[in-house]
Design a protein around this ligand. Structure first.
Ligand code: FAD
Ligand code: UDP
Length: 368
């Protein structure tokens, strides 16, 4: 007998919303459910005092993939926001990512040659030839001083693990430049949707049946019975009832305040890189959209280990977890009615553009 839906989409984040939007366009019958009280997943924004507050952490869209950029740009227009975070360490400020401004502030070096010589000297002293972990990778990229001032404390707060126990790829995300360029990303396309991220997910889901406050696992049998296929964007280990063991995640706590001042820190993102300050960064949301409101909203971000009941924000892609994920993936590969997609179901530290790319790829494959 024909089931009520072609696709049940579990999760209305970017992956779920894109898949649903593409399927709906092709005339498929879709139901989207989300356990949160709203759609959009982690890119959801809450309006506080006319400011779009990134409720689940600061989100800056950036990509090198023109197809991805063109796709999202059909739903929203992006502003010219360029991410240039400031790092705060023991009362001093430094520019990020690591570039000539950082090197000058730290060592007084004025030319790329001087900066490179300084890094080379520190790399040689540390005796690292082929970096095996985040610490070695960081020292070999930027030297010991930068590692100790701008990386070690922040990373250990963010991941709750020693830098020697973390994979090198985490730090390779950040550019190292020998030019005076504070742009955090190398990608040619970057910005924040004008009108906020909700506009993007609302447009993708326009016309589709969506039910919030609904957890797939609370009524699993029913949900499995009403749809031909399931697109699952939640935690893959939870889908299998943790039968092979639990994957590790980091969760975040945001302490958000509305302040009666127009401009608190003069920048959207200030990272606190010293270990002694318990939060990793303070986000001042209005600066993502060049806001001129009389008040401002800031969020202090605290990172800790995920436990049941909290939000899983970051997969911990170390060897142990990646091995366990591969075992879950072998189970997932045998499913003919379930598609696993997105940051939690693929257990990958994906940025938004990668999620868009993956969701487009999968929906194109399924709609062929
Ligand atoms: P999610 O957005 O997590 O959506 C999954 C959805 O599934 C959620 O809404 C959840 O409630 C729902 N769900 C889960 N389980 C169930 C269930 N059992 N039943 C019903 N619903 C369920 N990327 C960038 O490109 N730039 C950035 O600046 C950036 N900053 C980030 C900052 C932070 C703090 C974090 C955590 C991530 C950041 N990212 C950034 C990454 C970005 O958030 C993700 O790439 C993207 O949002 C992932 O989309 P998704 O659909 O895979 O997952
Ligand atoms: N990082 C750091 N110091 C900083 C910013 C980042 O050491 O001031 C490291 C840290 O390990 C972090 C990684 O670089 O987890 C990636 O940073 P990114 O800003 O890409 O992290 P996200 O925005 O995903 O949290």
């Amino acid at each position: 007998m024909k089931k009520q839906y072609d696709y049940l989409i579990v999760g209305s984040g970017l992956y779920g919303a894109i898949f649903a939007g593409k399927a709906y366009q092709q005339g498929k019958r879709c139901l989207v459910i989300d356990k949160r009280p709203h759609t959009g997943g982690n890119i959801y924004c809450e309006n506080i005092a006319e400011i779009n507050v990134h409720k689940y952490g600061a989100h800056i869209f950036h990509t090198s993939n023109k197809e991805v950029w063109d796709f999202v740009s059909t739903f929203v227009t992006f502003n010219r926001y360029t991410n240039s975070p400031i790092a705060h360490y023991k009362g001093k400020l430094y520019n990020l990512p690591f570039n000539m401004n950082t090197f000058y502030a730290l060592w007084g070096v004025k030319t790329p040659e001087e900066a490179q010589a300084k890094i080379e000297e520190q790399r040689r002293t540390a005796g690292i030839t082929s970096p095996k972990n985040l610490e070695e990778q960081a020292i070999s990229l930027v030297g010991k001083d930068i590692y100790e001032i701008l990386i070690k404390g922040y990373t250990e707060k963010q991941w709750g693990r020693k830098c020697t126990e973390l994979p090198a790829f985490i730090i390779k995300r950040l550019p190292v430049r020998f030019t005076f360029d504070n742009n955090y990303f190398n990608d040619p396309y970057q910005g924040i949707p004008i009108g906020g991220y909700n506009k993007l997910t609302d447009s993708l889901l326009n016309g589709i049946e969506v039910v919030c406050n609904t957890d797939f696992f609370e009524n699993r049998g029913y949900f499995e019975s009403i749809s031909d296929k399931i697109v699952f964007t939640g935690k893959i280990d939870e889908f299998y009832d943790f039968r092979l063991g639990a994957l590790e995640y980091r969760t975040l706590r945001f302490e958000t305040e509305l302040l009666d001042c127009a401009n608190y820190q003069g920048n959207a993102v200030v990272n606190y890189t010293e270990r002694e300050i318990p939060y990793t960064r303070i986000i001042e949301h209005k600066h993502f959209e060049f806001g001129t409101q009389p008040q401002t909203v800031i969020s202090r971000e605290y990172s800790s280990e995920w436990t049941a009941g909290s939000e899983p924000f970051y997969p911990v892609n170390d060897e142990k977890n990646d091995r366990l994920y591969q075992q879950y993936k072998s189970l997932a590969d045998q499913e003919s009615h379930v598609i696993f997609g997105g940051r939690l179901a693929e257990y990958k530290y994906y940025d938004m553009d990668k999620v868009v790319e993956k969701a487009l790829e999968m929906s194109n494959k399924m709609m062929k």
